[in-house]
Design a protein around this ligand. Structure first.
Ligand SMILES: CC(=O)SCCNC(=O)CCNC(=O)[C@H](O)C(C)(C)COP(=O)(O)OP(=O)(O)OC[C@H]1O[C@@H](n2cnc3c(N)ncnc32)[C@H](O)[C@@H]1OP(=O)(O)O
Ligand SMILES: O=CC(=O)O
Ligand SMILES: [Mg+2]
Length: 504
């Protein structure tokens, strides 16, 4: 606590200032100003610097599995055959106090190889000799940890997650021949990266570990960050391992940042894929930026997961994952993410076929030319009743699971977490609040339509799982939160903020 208090006292105010800067930037976007590459940092973009050398165990990251910090899943992920494992306090984790603290305990035990688990059916779990390289994703700058007060105030959840983990494990990780490695989520500017860098410097000093020991991979998962990728790597150049395409939050961010702008109405969520022009451009720009700076460009997460008991549907889902990984490997990504151990062999096959060496940093992709207009070119497509209903039902089901402490669930055979569901609920809001929110059959999407469909989707769920089961679970609270977010005239920045009020 003394260590965490030092970090919070040194940097808490700067975090608040950066959040205020986000709000200020939003006002400019609301007034119609579009983002562009920053004139004041042109020298950094044009300069010939590179990031500090990347440690040996982060040179080959061809397949990384991600998952919440649950005990059994940590063991399964570390044993999965993936090269890396990102243990997630963020998109896939409900930040109950129990989950947060037990997650830290699980990671501490995993690093010391004392972790084990027994299923209710008696199946036991322990680590294999060879395990994935561990990375940890603390929560984003927007979130508070309300269970910890310093000087009477709840503290930054990100500093808490980072601080507890690095304090207890940095030295042990070094003794194991690895290091304290992080993924940094949801940043919107290079100044936010500078804050993380300064936190790393103080943490390393307080823990007496060499400067530059901490390595971080930054998720480029906001539209504004995609205009500052060089700058973000520059700020973190002593600590940067790479960038990652957090595609789901990225799509959400586009809807959120331009929620006032009718030119940014997106079609059904299922149509906003990585092969649309703006998403492919962002992925290519990430690869080019990273390779110019000798950093790794990690791909993103396909939402498909293995489907049990339906071989045909399973084959289709796996083929989609395969195509996604093939595109990433052939474009020049140095690795990718999977959501489930069953997908590790598929992603490995695709990367092994196109990337026999440890990474593709030598492929500089100087042929890529991505402009601001490319990043902002929205796809055409239609909005359907099925798409609207799916957004409503998925948001409701996810929020219900989240309130029970489960931040990542399969819904309709897709992985749903806080990022994918932010897209769903943001689309509902966007379609209601813009004249362009019209179904392909000509009906205008309204709050009344949303409420009618919500009620019908609730009844459908109740019929599927049974009245008693439905009543026993927090569906009512989930529906209330969803209605509150959708009916608010202001765009609520993150759905997890009102939802957190229910659990803390
Ligand atoms: C947008 C983003 O932020 S992406 C990053 C955040 N999202 C994630 O990390 C996704 C994590 N994935 C998951 O949580 C799960 O795979 C789900 C919820 C999507 C699906 O879970 P389930 O339906 O329970 O999967 P399923 O029943 O097929 O699991 C089979 C086994 O694999 C394990 N497993 C599934 N996913 C994972 C995972 N990501 N890591 C470790 N183990 C896993 C299960 O624990 C289970 O183990 P067991 O057989 O020993 O009991
Ligand atoms: O964190 C990943 C994302 O896609 O969002
Ligand atoms: Mg994300």
């Amino acid at each position: 606590m003394t260590f965490i208090a030092s970090l919070v006292r040194a940097f808490g105010t700067r975090r608040e200032e950066l959040l205020a800067a986000r709000a200020q930037r939003q006002l400019e976007l609301d007034a119609g100003k579009l983002p562009d590459f920053l004139p004041e940092t042109e020298q950094i973009r044009n300069g010939d610097w590179t990031v500090a050398p990347i440690p040996a165990d982060l040179q080959d990251r061809r397949v990384e599995i991600t998952g919440p910090v649950e005990r059994k899943m940590i063991i399964n992920a570390l044993n999965s055959g993936a090269y890396g494992f990102m243990a997630d306090f963020e998109d896939s984790n409900t930040p109950t106090w129990e989950n947060t603290i037990q997650g830290q305990i699980n990671l501490r035990d995993a690093i010391r190889r004392t972790i084990s688990f027994t299923n209710p059916d008696g199946k036991t779990y322990q680590l294999k000799d060879k395990t994935a390289v561990l990375m940890v994703r603390p929560r984003g700058w927007h979130l508070l940890e309300k269970h910890v007060l310093i000087d009477g105030q709840p503290i930054s959840a990100g500093i808490f997650d980072f601080g507890l983990y690095v304090f207890h494990n940095a030295q042990q990780l070094l003794d194991n021949g690895s290091g304290p490695y992080f993924y940094l989520p949801k940043m919107e500017s290079h100044l936010e990266a500078r804050l993380w860098n300064d936190i790393f410097v103080l943490a390393q000093q307080l823990l007496s570990i060499p400067q530059g020991t901490i390595k971080a991979t930054v998720l480029i998962e906001t539209i504004l960050a995609s205009f500052e990728m060089h700058e973000i790597l520059y700020e973190l150049r002593e600590h940067a391992a790479g960038l990652n395409c957090g595609r789901w939050d990225y799509i959400f961010s586009v809807i959120k940042k331009f929620h006032h702008n009718p030119d940014f109405i997106l079609p059904d969520r299922a149509e906003v894929t990585m092969t649309t022009h703006f998403m492919h451009s962002y992925s290519l720009l990430t690869i080019q930026t990273c390779h110019r700076r000798n950093a790794h460009a990690i791909g993103g997460m396909a939402a498909q997961i293995p489907i049990k008991n339906d071989p045909t549907a399973n084959e289709t889902a796996l083929a989609r994952v395969r195509a996604d990984k093939k595109r990433e490997a052939s474009d020049g990504h140095d690795g990718t993410w999977v959501a489930h151990p069953g997908l590790v062999p598929i992603a490995l096959e695709e990367f092994n076929a196109l990337m026999p060496q440890a990474n593709q940093v030598q492929r500089k992709r100087e042929d890529v030319h991505v402009s601001a207009a490319d990043l902002l070119q929205m796809p055409a497509g239609s909005i359907t009743e099925a798409g609207l209903r799916n957004n409503i039902s998925v948001s409701l089901q996810y929020l219900e699971a989240w309130l029970r402490g489960n931040g990542c669930v399969p819904i309709n055979h897709l992985m749903e977490d806080a990022a994918t569901v932010e897209i769903s609920r943001a689309q509902i809001w966007q379609w209601i609040n813009h004249p362009g929110g019209i179904l392909n059959d000509g009906r205008r999407i309204t709050i009344d339509m949303f409420r009618q469909f919500l009620q019908e989707e609730q009844i459908r769920l109740q019929d599927n799982i049974g009245r008693q089961e439905y009543a026993a679970r927090p569906f009512t609270a989930a529906g209330t939160i969803l209605d509150q977010i959708i009916s608010d005239k202001n765009f609520i920045e993150f759905l997890t903020i009102p939802a957190y009020a229910y659990i803390a």
